[in-house]
Design a protein around this ligand. Sequence first.
Ligand SMILES: Cc1cc2nc3c(=O)[nH]c(=O)nc-3n(C[C@H](O)[C@H](O)[C@H](O)COP(=O)(O)OP(=O)(O)OC[C@H]3O[C@@H](n4cnc5c(N)ncnc54)[C@H](O)[C@@H]3O)c2cc1C
Length: 388
Amino acid sequence: MLTTEGPDQYFSEEHVAMRAAMRKFVAAEITPNIEAWEEAGRVPRETYRKAGEIGLIGVSYPEELGGLGGDPFMAIAVNEEICRCGSGGVVAALGSHAISMPLVVAHGTEEQKRKFVAPVVAGEKIAALAVTEPGGGSDVAALRCRAVRDGDHYVVNGEKTFITSGVEADVLTVAVRTSDDAGAGGISFLIVEGDTPGLQRTALKKMGWHASDTGHLVFDNVRVPAENLLGAEGRGFMAAMLNFNNERLMIAVQAYIMAEVCFQEALSWARDRQAFGKPISQHQVIRHKLVDMAARIDAAKTLVYDIVWRHARKLDPINVHVARTSMAKVTATAAMKFCADEAVQILGGMGYMRGTASERIYREVKVLTIGGGTDEVMKNLAAAQMGI
Ligand SMILES: Cc1cc2nc3c(=O)[nH]c(=O)nc-3n(C[C@H](O)[C@H](O)[C@H](O)COP(=O)(O)OP(=O)(O)OC[C@H]3O[C@@H](n4cnc5c(N)ncnc54)[C@H](O)[C@@H]3O)c2cc1C
């Protein structure tokens, strides 16, 4: 199976050094605390600060905002290492900035970047993206949360749901309808501070990702300064769509690493566990399961690397990039689903017990085939981009 330990055609010496630093950080500061954070339903603020200090949060942000200005393979190396902790909830909590703040970097004013992005990069503040509504998430152009201009403010009324870090977030990029245009043209983004009066936030209970808070938000006459409009009015839909590409690639990274965590746990168990006079890894059916897992991980990983490598060199037209990214998300999450299922099976009864990574990851599979664009929406998008 493809390993990424040394420099190769994708990862430089610098990437490898960063990977090693992250692996150490994850082993010392994250992995030992997962069970406690899963119980608590949150990652402590102190960990965000430590993650900010070491560059885990800021890897892809510009240096003038406190980031490392890392290239896409630096981002992959860092993401792979955080995902090796084996808790998607921790990854989602520490990573919710990555679906929110890039919008501000891409479309914000210098003042917005300084005020909102820099503290998040430093790990002092938590960021969230709020697009999905109780009425639906896939059809972004149909969202209803309304923002009406009133002097030097917008007044926001409506609801958002399933928002990662929605309760904890200090700053939220919120998709709103700012005109009577009922479709994509009426959508804008506002930056809303978490403590703004009229914003009510409730934590939702869910199947997995227990270390991450998932919030339901109600906006009741929330007054947002007009200077918090992100980019131009009515341009929010395209901004959201472009923002999705990176999110989907990073979900694919998370999926194949979680699959790899399952593989490693199953392999180690299969080598130790004896049945019918020999380690179960020596039974052909189990060996085949392990190879089937490795093959799927390899395919997903190399697909993501190839997409990122070609995109960095502008080798593909945007429709090809979007189609391959959509297919990579589906491929990688399918690999994770397969590997989580097989790992639990190989662990037998132990795979059903709390405390194994495979049990946790088994409960975390579904969210990755839904969040950031469902499998069905990914395939629709890929088909449209390929002219099918
Ligand atoms: C744990 C978690 C965290 C999340 N975090 C965030 C977040 O931080 N910010 C945020 O904005 N959202 C977040 N989401 C929401 C997520 O993006 C949405 O759940 C997702 O986009 C799907 O929207 P929906 O749940 O409303 O399902 P719907 O859009 O109602 O879809 C329901 C079903 O219909 C299918 N479907 C819809 N349209 C079509 C079609 N054209 N063809 C075929 N099938 C179709 C879907 O694939 C799905 O199976 C999160 C969700 C979860 C579960």
